[in-house]
Structure formats: C-alpha cells, structure tokens
Design a protein around this ligand. Structure first.
Ligand code: HGY
Ligand code: MN
Ligand code: MN
Length: 419
C-alpha cells in the first residue's frame, strides 16, 4: 500500500471531515453554540487532545483547552494557539477548526517522537466565535481574555433561551455563573503569546500561487441589528403614495450600505440577515429587521462609514414615515499582529525556501480578542475553490495542510520568547 505523501495533512482533513458529521442541520454543517452537535464536537476534540498526550480541561464557556506540558517545569510560561469550532450556518469544515486540528496533529507527532518544548503549549478549541446563536461574536475568546460582557447573559436565541439559561443547562463548570466566567480568564503574565493557524477565507494566496502567508493585521468589524417599523395595510387598496412600507424602506437602506461601502477600497458592508417578521404576501410589511456587518482595515474609515450609513438610514426612514432602531453589537477593533512573532513564522518559511508573504485579514479571528492581552500572530493557509469560505465549498489540500503542519512544528521548536 503506497504511503500517503502528506500523512499529517491528510489526518487533519480526515478529522475535519469527522468533526463535520456533528451538525445542527441535515445536508450541511451548522454547529451553533451549545447545541447537541456542538457538545459532540467539543467531546471529540477533547478526546483527540488526550490521545495526542495533552492534559485537557473544559472551561466555564465551553472552551476545550489541551496543555502539552513543558519539559522545563510546571512554572514555565504558555504559548497559546487555537481557533474556534463553532460555525456559521451551512458553513465550511475548515474555518476555525483547522486552527485546532493542525496543532493537535503536530502535538501528536511531537509526543510520538518524545519531543517536549521548553514552554507549555496550550491548544484552545474556542467554543464560540461566529455569533450565530446569540449574535455575540468572539464570546469564548472574550472570556479567556477577561473581557466577557455580563450583559450578554441576557441575550436570547431564536427560541427565547437566554445565554445564561443555555450555560446553566449545559453542565459546564460554573453553570453560567458570572463569577465562573470571570474566573476562566487567563493571566496575561503567564502567556508568551497567541498564534492562530487559519484558512485565508479569500483568494489572495490562491491567486499568488502561495500555500501559506503571514498575517499583518486583522480588520476590525462592527455588527448591527436594525429594526424598521412602518404600517401594515391592504396590498390591494393602499395607493403607492400612501404607504409606510418597512420592506421597501429597508431595500433602499441596503442599497445605501452597498453604495457607501463601495466608495472606499478597504471598506466592506454586508446585510447577511433580512426578515419581514410575520409577513403576508397581501399585506404591506409593517416591520423589517436586518443585520449589518461593516469592516475596514482602518478604524477611522470604518467609523466614518458607519456614521454616514446610520444617518442615511434615519433620513430614509423619516422620508418614508418609518421608524428605525439601530442597535450596535460590541465593535471589535483592528488588531495588529506582533512583528517579533510574525518574523519567527517568516524565518521558518524562508528556511524552507518559501515566500514569507504578508497579508492583512479581512475576516475576524479569535486572535483579535487575544491581542487585547498578549502579542499575536497568524499563519494563513491557502483556500481552494476561488478562496470561497463560510460556504460548504470551503476547501484546502492535504499538501498545504501538511506544509502548514511542518512549518508549525519548525515554528514551535525554534520559538524564541520576546526580549
Ligand atoms: O465574521 C468573521 O470574520 C469570522 O468568520 N467570524
Ligand atoms: Mn468564520
Ligand atoms: Mn474563523
């Protein structure tokens, strides 16, 4: 039987496949926070971490944390790595998960070779990053970073279940008590840094024919929930000039988001969710709700666009006799990667004769929350299928996964703490 030329890479892909079998939906991958699929994925990650020779714990928000202990004694500091295992609705199987599965495979290989590191390596399977169920992105990394917002405990999901109730029912340590969530924060003084391996989720590496890239900064994002209210009335008898049509007003607002965000290259704006609650085909919509996700590599560019869009929404509403409520969900600001950490990835790439290509991340990542308490760096892995992501078509190759794993081993074994 021929030996697989990319054993680590193939094992990572096989495990991503196995993990994707746990889903909240038929025929695709949705893994929302604390659903049965999410709990099964959490348990399998814990099992794989244990099999790789790690001590595993699950914290108060459901993070799965594996420690590959140092050979330099218990008081050694920690280099942290990891990513999220929750997904968007009908998402891809590598977003987040590659950044957990690859380090686990690497630790398994180190452990099998009896190789220890002069620091503790901790792999975190972050339990919630996407914000699908409670509209709260970076929930799990905010707990680890000591930035959990207690107000989020009252957030409800589509079934009216609060975050507090979901945590209490989960059996997680602390049962969702605020004190337990606050106690789960990591002490920044114990950290050497945080590094995250992630698929690029875009076409840049693919178009440059590069397998890997080093991230320079992670774009900040602001998310909003918007509710527009008008007046229901008969679709057949209400003259067009006498309507207060919430959906027609919303349509104009969505085009405003598109045109304003098209005005600046580094700016993007997306309305990913749009709903006429309790709508009927023969009734003029009384209400319309929609999400907004606005991002830019520069905080001031993003904030200027947000100001224009929010003002524009209110002007459209006033002209159409509508009301507009714009609720901003906690913004996440730009996170720069640390040059001293980036350069250690670049040195490994160059040593292997690879380009040390640097690029910004338009997608948000757990690293941007961890950057609040420690220096961070990210290694991007090429995405196939035109770079598509947040889509079942998301794909990587075993060859690129193998290369990324080998680069990660080199990075870990040559890692030099700052200063
Ligand atoms: O939305 C993002 O950028 C990330 O996938 N949560
Ligand atoms: Mn994502
Ligand atoms: Mn992600």
């Amino acid at each position: 039987m021929t030996q697989n030329p990319h054993p680590l890479g193939q094992s990572i892909i096989d495990r991503a496949e196995a993990l994707a079998r746990f889903s909240d939906m038929e025929g695709g991958l949705t893994c929302a926070f604390l659903t049965p699929a999410h709990r099964s994925a959490q348990a399998l990650l814990a099992q794989w971490m244990e099999e790789a020779g790690m001590q595993v714990r699950i914290d108060a928000i459901g993070n799965v944390i594996g420690r590959y202990a140092a050979d330099a004694g218990a008081d050694a500091r920690v280099l942290m790595t990891g990513s999220h295992f929750d997904t968007v609705r009908n998402g891809g199987r590598y977003d987040g998960r590659l950044g957990i599965l690859l380090p686990i495979a690497v630790v398994g290989a180190l452990n099998a070779s009896g190789i220890r590191l002069p620091y503790h390596l901790e792999i975190v399977g972050f339990a919630e990053e996407e914000g699908l169920r409670f509209k709260t992105s970076f929930l799990a990394s905010s707990v680890l970073a000591g930035r959990f917002d207690a107000a989020l405990l009252a957030r409800t999901d589509a079934d009216g279940v609060t975050l507090a109730e979901a945590l209490a029912a989960s059996g997680l340590p602390g049962h969702g008590e605020l004190a337990a969530l606050q106690a789960a924060a990591v002490d920044p003084a114990t950290l050497l840094g945080f590094v995250e391996v992630h698929i690029e989720q875009g076409p840049v590496l693919l178009n440059k024919d590069l397998p890997l890239g080093v991230v320079t900064q992670i774009a900040g994002s602001s998310r909003f929930q918007v509710r527009i209210e008008g007046q229901a009335s008969h679709a057949g008898t209400t003259p067009m000039g006498m309507r207060r049509d919430a959906a027609a007003g919303t349509a104009e607002m969505i085009l405003l988001v598109e045109s304003r965000c098209s005005a600046v290259p580094a700016l993007v704006g997306t309305v990913g969710q749009l709903l006429v609650p309790d709508g009927s085909s023969n009734v003029i919509p009384a209400a319309c709700t929609f999400s907004m996700d606005i991002r830019a590599g520069e905080d001031d560019i993003r904030e200027a666009a947000i100001a224009d869009i929010v003002a524009g929404i209110q002007q459209i509403a006033a002209r159409r006799g509508l009301s507009a409520q714009v609720d901003r969900i906690k913004p996440v600001f730009n996170a720069p990667c640390a040059r001293w950490l980036m350069d250690q990835f670049s040195a490994v790439l160059r040593k292997r004769g690879l380009a040390a290509f640097e690029l910004p991340s338009g997608a948000g990542h757990d690293a941007m929350m961890m950057q609040r308490i420690t220096d961070v760096a990210m290694l991007f892995v090429r995405c196939g299928n035109g770079g598509i992501s947040h889509n079942p078509l998301e794909t990587i190759t075993a060859e690129d996964a193998q290369l990324a794993a080998e680069v990660f081993v080199d990075f870990l074994r040559h890692f030099q703490p700052e200063g």
